[in-house]
Design a binder for this molecule. Structure first.
Ligand code: SAM
Length: 234
């Protein structure tokens, strides 16, 4: 059975797509997508030998060798330009996902749907999408096994559609669509983040007042203020 997280990712795949799942590990997502006719065919990309082998094995075990190709290589470099209609990159940090998109920029035709599922640092991805003129279509936040995940879905288009000029920094951090939706999981996540940053800030106040520490203090205060403005944290 597929995790709730990956099932949520799969729900955004356009029907009949050629799917590329980058950093596929065990290839659960492309196998599920093809078996359930969400995707017509799929490419599973993996850069590390162990996970690459487990993807190959899972595809064979599912009898899907004729519909899923497992390729070894880093990021989008396993793809030809325009080959995939939908690209999923899930289960990594937002910084790594952003790096994969940036390094693979020339492979993106602009016709793809991107489904990105960062575990942390979704703000980096939102910034990249704006800078490269991708438009957010959906954002989802969900909790599974005590962990909170975000999903960002984007296509080429008007990058600032869901953003407002005066709250851009806050919306980059929290997600403009998630902010508006303001779900319980969203509140929980930012309550936790705020507590965490307040603890770091308090530790920092006991450390020597070096320029670096003062800079960090200001940065943390900004972040905490952004959360306070956006989320009702009692
Ligand atoms: N996508 C699956 C999921 O969401 O369950 C697997 C997530 S797993 C934590 C991250 C995978 O990404 C690892 O198997 C790792 O080897 C792979 N990975 C990391 N950097 C990569 C890159 N630049 N290109 C391709 N795969 C990468």
């Amino acid at each position: 059975k597929l995790s709730q997280r990956l099932e949520a990712v799969s729900s955004y795949i356009p029907k009949g797509a050629v799917l590329a799942d980058i950093g596929s590990d065990h290839a659960y997502l492309p196998c599920y997508a093809v078996l359930n006719e969400l995707a017509e065919e799929a490419i599973a990309g993996e850069v590390v030998e162990g996970p690459f082998q487990s993807a190959v094995e899972q595809v064979a075990k599912s009898g899907l060798e004729n519909r899923i190709e497992v390729r070894k290589g880093s990021g989008l470099s396993v793809l030809e330009k325009g080959e995939a209609d939908c690209i999923t990159i899930a289960g990594m940090g937002g910084t790594l996902i952003t790096k994969i998109l940036e390094e693979g920029r020339s492979i993106l035709s602009g016709k793809e749907r991107l489904i990105l599922q960062p575990n942390v640092n979704a703000n980096n991805i939102r910034k990249w999408l704006i800078d490269n003129e991708w438009q957010l279509l959906h954002e989802q936040i969900l909790e599974e096994d005590e962990k909170i995940y975000e999903i960002l879905v984007a296509e080429k288009g008007a990058p600032l559609l869901h953003y407002s000029k005066d709250k851009l920094e806050t919306e980059l951090l929290l997600g403009p669509i998630l902010m508006r939706e303001n779900s319980d999981v969203f509140e929980k996540k930012w309550k936790n983040e705020r507590k965490h940053w307040e603890r770091v800030l308090s530790d920092l106040s006991k450390a020597p007042g070096t320029p670096e520490n003062l800079r960090k203090t200001e940065e943390l205060k900004m972040k905490i203020k952004e959360i306070e403005e956006a989320v009702n944290n009692e």
